[in-house]
Design a protein around this ligand. Structure first.
Ligand code: NAD
Length: 423
């Protein structure tokens, strides 16, 4: 018998995604794993148990997690779930560790080797494992679909015998993975699209999608992109210039989609209450950054708010989960691509190379310790049932002897600034 991969049903009522697909079950079996999928795990993503069974999985129950060498999940398992996990098992999920110290400690106490997929480096080798991209891409698409559903006019220009329907004007603020997909989707639906970002690289990408770029292109703009390709937090002066430029533009828009994020900070406020008040009744704003503090004043997480002047502000949570059937297929492939790198293909067993840069970047807990440099540094009290584990330093000589900083110092201060992942 080979080693076992278990895929549980997600317990969060808002989580419709699942961490495996029939395709990845087949691939996991090909790697030599026995695969158990909890009954009903795929239902909300339109994958019935029979599909998993046809692909070679055994259909099991939640308690089967105790047999697992590897657990594939969407969200972080909570303390109650972890009680059944086997110490030493690998858990691969979007762990959302920032600001969640107690939950991180619980993973360590359970003795699991937990990998946080949202920390995957954005390097060529890991492109197929990039859950932020696969999920943000779908979120960008869904943001436009949500906007169109709330908008009570047509998006494309229609010239008919009964008259002309004008094209909707859509403005996308923040042009990373989600923003680019939002531009492409809004264009396909016939909207006239403009977009803004603080990174100069975005200008060409916006133009290549047939949209018009609008930004304050001063010296600060020219230096706004970090080496990692992310945006820096802009100065107050820049933000004021940006607000002045966009205020007039937003007043003329029918749809505004905001996606702006800055790693390690709360989402920048880009749309003020005054800008919202300047929009026409029936206009729609979708704030994709709402889970990280929001780009739009008045956006409420999990709600569609209608303002006094009839503007709808959409603040849906877990937007990729709104297209769960598609999101699960991509997420499952991301997880499989990573797990494949943790397997010795000759011995057909898990063989985690703790010196591998992907492992170093994503491993959050190991051997009873919190080992990620951004979170390590605080003693973890072991629970009695967990097997005693070697100290992390012995297992992972590549890790800095002293944690880079205490977790408090490393974790961003804003409560809005959770892990960057759209989860
Ligand atoms: P993100 O989710 O961190 O942010 C979304 C966008 O918001 C970014 O484009 C950012 O510049 C923008 N933004 C931040 N502050 C703003 C402000 N004040 N006003 C307007 N816009 C603001 O970004 P992301 O989608 O993760 O993409 C970040 C970068 O990573 C991009 O350059 C992207 O092309 C790159 N990327 C690389 C890979 C890879 O190499 N494998 C994969 C995905 C993305």
């Amino acid at each position: 018998m080979g080693q076992t991969v278990f895929i549980p049903r997600e317990l969060d009522a808002n989580e419709l995604r699942v961490a495996a697909s029939p395709d990845t079950v087949k691939r996991l079996a090909g790697l030599g794993f026995d695969v158990i999928v909890e009954s009903g795990a795929g239902m909300a993503s339109r994958i019935p148990d029979e599909e998993f069974a046809k692909a070679g999985a055994a259909i099991g129950k939640a308690g089967d997690v105790a047999k697992a060498d590897v657990v594939l999940k969407v969200r972080r398992p909570d303390e109650a779930e972890l009680k059944a996990y086997r110490p030493g098992s690998a858990v691969i999920a979007i762990l959302d560790p920032y600001g969640n110290d107690a939950a991180v400690d619980a993973l360590a106490r359970a003795g699991v080797t937990a990998f946080s997929m949202e920390f995957m480096p954005r390097i060529t080798r890991a492109q197929s494992m990039d859950v932020l991209s696969s999920q943000a891409n779908l979120a960008g698409y869904q943001a436009v679909i949500d906007a169109a559903a709330e908008y009570d006019r047509a998006l494309p220009m229609m010239m008919t015998a009964a008259g002309t329907v004008p094209a909707a004007k859509a403005f996308v603020m923040g042009v990373g993975v989600a923003g680019l997909q939002a531009i492409a989707t809004a264009r396909r639906l016939g909207a006239v699209v403009t977009a803004t970002d603080v990174r100069p690289a975005a200008k060409e990408q916006v133009a290549s999608l047939g949209a018009k770029f609008l930004a304050v292109e001063d010296e600060e703009f020219k230096a706004a992109e970090t080496a990692g390709g992310y945006a820096k937090e802009m100065s107050r002066e820049y933000q004021a210039k940006q607000a002045a430029l966009t205020a007039e533009h937003i007043a003329k828009q029918d749809i505004v989609i905001t996606t702006a994020l800055i790693p390690g900070r709360a989402a920048p406020k880009l749309v003020s209450a005054a800008m919202v008040a300047s929009m026409k009744p029936g206009s729609v704003i979708v704030d994709l950054a709402v889970e990280r503090g929001g780009n739009v004043e008045g956006a409420v997480p999990g709600q569609v708010v209608t303002t006094a002047n009839g503007v709808k502000i959409v603040g849906h949570l877990n937007v990729p989960g709104r297209v769960a059937a598609s999101a699960s297929l991509l997420y499952a492939r991301n997880l499989f691509a990573f797990l494949e790198t943790l397997v010795d293909k000759t011995a057909k067993t898990l063989a985690i190379n703790r010196d591998d840069e992907l492992v170093k970047a994503t491993m959050l807990t190991d051997g009873g310790q919190v080992v990620h440099p951004a979170f390590a540094g605080k003693p973890v009290v072991m629970i009695a049932s967990a097997e005693p584990a070697k100290p992390a330093a012995a297992k992972n000589p590549a890790l800095p002897k002293k944690a880079a900083a205490s977790r408090k110092a490393a974790a961003p201060k804003s409560p809005a600034n959770k892990s960057k992942g759209i989860a």
